[in-house]
Design a protein around this ligand. Structure first.
Ligand SMILES: [Zn+2]
Length: 336
């Protein structure tokens, strides 16, 4: 019964990397198109390699796979495939990330990347009625100077963006390293979001809030190590975009039953469940919800709260948010 409700509830996905939706089959099709030689003999062999010890071992394979994305059509195809896939999960709104530096660093023009992604989002919206916002991210293992250069290259496309994010290897790359470039982003009228408290400690969440003035924290699960911070996040309703299957695959938690999502919801934190990089971590949005439902023994009110949080934490206008909240209540009432 609760599985049915999880599937039927309208949902928004707030933590998803478009490059991380590359299915092995698409990697092989694009490699063929561009005459790229891969070090794996088949899509099945590549899928088998998706066993990771930590964030870095995943990132190595992730950047290698993204190397087959070369032109606007590739980015369009990648983005549309994601929209097609999540339409089946009851997803009504998406706010995906993309990593410009992963592509411009190997000679792909920013215009090809952005126009391709936006084209895919627009086609997905037309086909499935899924609304969208878009968030480019700086790679934190690179320098702030490189992030500043990327921001200058992004400015001509600013009308497409709702925020700018920070992702990649958290260890050794604290949010404060990018405080200057995020000040420039804010001065241009966009807000910041940041990955923090995944592999990094609870203090990195505080740092992202204070030094980047991040309005949303991606992951953020390690806030549970600091009860005062949990209370503060709950009081201010700062959204945490948690990614349960990703956390287990990357060994942040040994097993799903250790994941703090339910505790965060019970503490009144605006926590959501998202897929991060679905083919790498074993599931799209609904798979994440269902895994939490089973392993954390979520109840009906938790599912309703997760759905509401996903819209509350989005960059949709207040009127749109209210419309979706109402819709969530309607669906929940009809599913007893
Ligand atoms: Zn992420």
């Amino acid at each position: 019964m609760l599985e049915k409700l999880a599937s039927a509830l309208p949902k928004a996905e707030l933590h998803l990397h478009l490059e991380g939706t590359l299915e092995p089959e698409m990697v092989f099709a694009l490699a063929k198109k561009h005459n790229v030689r891969l070090r794996f003999p088949s899509a099945a062999a590549l899928r088998e390699a998706y066993q990771f010890q930590d964030l870095q071992s995943f990132l190595d394979l992730y950047y290698e796979g993204a190397g087959v994305l070369r032109d606007e059509e590739d980015f369009h195809q990648l983005t549309l495939a994601y929209m097609d896939r999540v339409a089946r999960d009851g997803v009504c709104h998406v706010e995906p990330f993309f990593d410009p530096q992963t592509h411009t660093g190997r000679g792909v023009a920013m215009r090809e990347v952005v126009e391709g992604v936006v084209g895919g989002l627009r086609e997905g919206e037309k086909k499935h009625g899924i609304s969208w916002r878009l968030i480019p991210c700086f790679l934190r293992h690179l320098s702030e100077e490189e992030a500043r250069k990327t921001w200058r290259d992004l400015i001509p496309f600013q009308k497409y963006f709702s925020a700018v994010g920070l992702d990649s290897s958290e260890k050794g790359n604290p949010p404060g390293k990018f405080s200057g470039v995020f000040a420039e982003v804010r001065a241009a009228g966009l807000c910041g979001v940041a990955h923090a408290g995944e592999e990094g400690p609870a203090s990195s969440i505080r740092e992202a809030l204070e030094k980047l003035q991040a309005v949303r924290i991606d992951h953020g699960v390690r806030c549970v190590e600091d009860p005062d911070l949990v209370r503060e996040l709950a009081k201010k309703r700062i959204p945490l975009t948690t990614c349960p299957l990703s956390n287990v695959r990357l060994c942040v938690y040994e097993k799903m039953s250790d994941h703090p999502l339910k505790k965060l919801l019970d503490a009144g934190v605006n926590a959501t469940a998202n897929s991060d990089d679905p083919p790498f971590f074993g599931g799209y949005l609904l798979d994440n919800w269902l895994s939490c439902l089973r392993e954390l023994s979520l109840e009906k009110h938790h599912l309703v709260q997760l759905a509401k949080n996903s819209f509350e934490g989005s960059f949709l206008p207040e009127k749109e948010k209210a419309k979706w909240m109402e819709k969530v209540d309607q669906v929940a009432a009809s599913c007893v």
